[in-house]
Design a protein around this ligand. Structure first.
Ligand code: AMP
Ligand code: ZN
Ligand code: FE
Ligand code: FE
Length: 287
């Protein structure tokens, strides 16, 4: 069983449509894929409709959170997407991405970059708007060579010259909201140093005590010693450990299934969740 529990589609900052994503997941030999767009569940219906036979979809989202000034991402799985309080909070976070992106565009213009709001809006379409869309505009303009190159102090990295903050959830609130909606929480890439400050051990212990279910260990942004240390820590704290690609289509150089989750851990996640069931593919139609 090959299980990839963290991917993005065009519903946020991935480049595959949800239908393309599930077809690519099937072609990559995955048995289970989770669609976890940033603060959005909008891609789920299309992914379900296009789901190939033999592939199971885990519905989810990656929630933008902030802990002591550090941006952290919380993966949420198999929650009830209609639960009103969590639905409202996701919308608040998503909606605030628009004025925040406008503010980053203005900062770039003030730095002399000939970027326009129309360009960013065209790239993002109706996606949950993020820095990778602005980074793509910077690539188009020849300001940087790759999306990744835009994530520096010169441009869009946290605290960078053109960075603007967005509304983000407190991770303890996120855990409560996801649980209330019957879902399971896994802290995404907690030791990804290149994204800025990492989550300290004491905070992980606090999150575990607050009901966090697991941590993402096998992720391209964690080197081997980091993974080993995280695995030990997770063992001590009674947390599940997952692995995933964090696939973003062509916006990132990582393949579906680059890292995977143990089937036993996946089984435990599905047993804990009460908000939604994994969706087995029936051999969907093209979208
Ligand atoms: P935002 O949600 O708008 O704050 O943008 C954060 C997103 O940008 C992350 O979820 C990643 O998808 C992407 N990202 C962050 N750091 C990098 C990086 N160094 N290279 C490429 N993409 C990045
Ligand atoms: Zn992303
Ligand atoms: Fe993330
Ligand atoms: Fe992600």
């Amino acid at each position: 069983m090959r299980i990839d529990l963290h991917t993005h589609s065009r519903a946020s900052d991935g480049t595959d449509t949800p239908a393309e994503l599930v077809r690519n997941a099937s072609a990559a030999g995955l048995d289970v894929v989770a669609l976890t767009d940033h603060d959005s569940t909008r891609g789920h219906a299309e992914a379900v409709a296009a789901l190939p036979a033999g592939l199971t979809l885990v519905t989810g989202a990656e929630l933008s959170c902030r802990l002591d000034g550090t941006g952290v991402h919380m993966l949420a799985y198999l929650f009830d997407p209609e639960e009103p309080e969590f639905l409202r909070e996701r919308k608040l976070v998503r909606d605030d991405r628009v004025p925040r992106a406008r503010s980053m565009v203005v900062k770039l213009q003030e730095l002399g970059v000939p970027i326009t709001w129309d360009q960013v809006a065209r790239i993002a379409g109706d996606a949950s708007l993020g820095r990778p869309h602005i980074a793509t505009a910077l690539v188009e303009l020849g300001v940087v060579d790759t999306v990744s190159d835009a994530f520096t102090a010169d441009w869009l990295a946290d605290g960078g010259r053109a960075y603007a903050e967005k509304h983000e959830l407190d991770p303890f609130t996120a855990i409560r909201l996801v649980k209330q909606a019957g879902g399971v929480t896994v802290l995404a890439h907690p030791r990804a140093v290149k994204r800025g400050r990492v989550v300290p051990e004491s905070a992980l212990a606090d999150l575990a005590a607050a009901g966090l279910d697991g941590v993402e260990v096998d992720h391209m942004d964690h080197d081997e010693p980091t993974r080993a240390a995280l695995r030990d820590l997770a063992g001590d704290l009674g947390l599940l450990t997952t692995g995933s690609s964090d696939y973003h289509g062509s916006r990132k150089f990582v393949e579906l299934g680059a890292c995977t989750t143990d089937p036993e851990v996946y089984g435990e996640i599905t047993r804990r969740a009460t908000g939604a069931f994994p969706v087995p593919g029936a051999g969907g139609h093209s979208a």
